[in-house]
Design a binder for this molecule. Sequence first.
Ligand code: UDX
Length: 457
Amino acid sequence: MKITIIGTGYVGLVTGACLAELGNDVFCLDVDHNKIEILNSGGIPIHEPGLDEIVARNRAAGRLVFSTDVAASVAHGDVQFIAVGTPPDEDGSADLQYVLAAARNIGKHMKGFKVIVDKSTVPVGTAERVAAAIQDELAQCASTATFSVVSNPEFLKEGAAVEDFMRPDRIVIGCDDNSLGNLARAQMKKLYTPFNRNHERTYWMDVRSAEFTKYAANAMLATRISFMNELANLADQVGVDIEAVRHGIGSDPRIGHSFLYAGCGYGGSCFPKDVQALERTAQDYGQDLLILHAVEAVNEKQKQVLGAKIMKRFGSDLNGRHFAIWGLAFKPNTDDMRAASSRVLLSELLRAGATVAVYDPVSMAEAKRVFALDFADTPELLANIHYATNPMDALDQADALAIVTEWKAFRSPDFEQVKAKLKQAVIFDGRNLFEPAVMTELGVEYHGIGRSVLTRS
Ligand code: UDX
């Protein structure tokens, strides 16, 4: 099939590359000349396992092209995916200016019938606004072209996006229940046929419900994490091991084991933004989402949990202290540092007077960029960050190690070397990577999340 993807960001690029891999003829459009140039010269602007090979293979086969030519992009695809960013506005609602601009461009140039797919995460009612924008452009040029807007939210996890796309748990598609909607449904059915061979994975629904499903899924996952984090903090107080509790409740099939890991808070581009956007939608309808307010508040507090533990141990004045941080990305297998807990911890340590050595397997360049923004008001503190070239180098003469991201590379370090490098063998583990009993045996003072009962002497 002939597909156009508007926006070669994270979602657009993965969607375009994977649809080309399935044999479709894919045209990826972006307004950012620089990005298109990188892609056309064989580069990949994001870090995503497996994506580079798929892009290279399909470019070489001529099934995947990157361009800034809007008219050509509209002419190409019978199905036009809108996968542009929806950054949060000042008030937390999703900013739809890029989505609506993409819709207008389609309206300006389209002929015949097009299926317009909202892939970006957009609030309920956006498909109607997209349709109105296209209709407005068609009316201005007295065009007789027709279209139907479909909602097909993505459920891709960063770091596993290619796998998630190629082997989806479910495909959610919302179509209008009218004749153009039925034409759109038939095209979407054809496009997703390869995923439904062994069993049907598509959930067909109305457009508004599909839009809402995406927010509901992320809000539910964020709720599970904040729920466990709040319980973990209580567990630390009352002498309970949160990991034992996780196993104990996860074995109930109604609860399940996934997304119950206590830690130093969730970050990334989706959970924080989508929870806020859903709260904002509710406010627009005069309703307060009390649970989601709490989910957000607990997460903000949780990002401070490592800093609080460090200050409890070393005092709130950290002048003369030096700490190591392992992991800067909001989660492993990505260089994404949006809303990452590491940024909160680093800021707390530096502002309390400490110096810090940081290490992350892939996000060191991104770290330099975001720290410059985070410390725009106090640029002199940037000199107190040392960018280590490997995990062990980061530990040199540090008073303690704090772990923020659960990269595989951090899971089984040579603890004798860790102890030898650190000034004192103290670890604050924001992702519960290690067993407290093993740490005690190794002579490491260990502070996990919700596990202090196992390290109390
Ligand atoms: C998420 C959704 O999982 C995905 O379906 C959606 O399309 C986009 O948002 P992503 O943001 O890439 O994906 O990351 P995810 O793996 O879900 O992790 C989000 C954050 O939650 C990370 O900071 C992670 O460390 C944290 N987390 C996850 C926990 O703290 N505990 C858990 O049990 C699971």
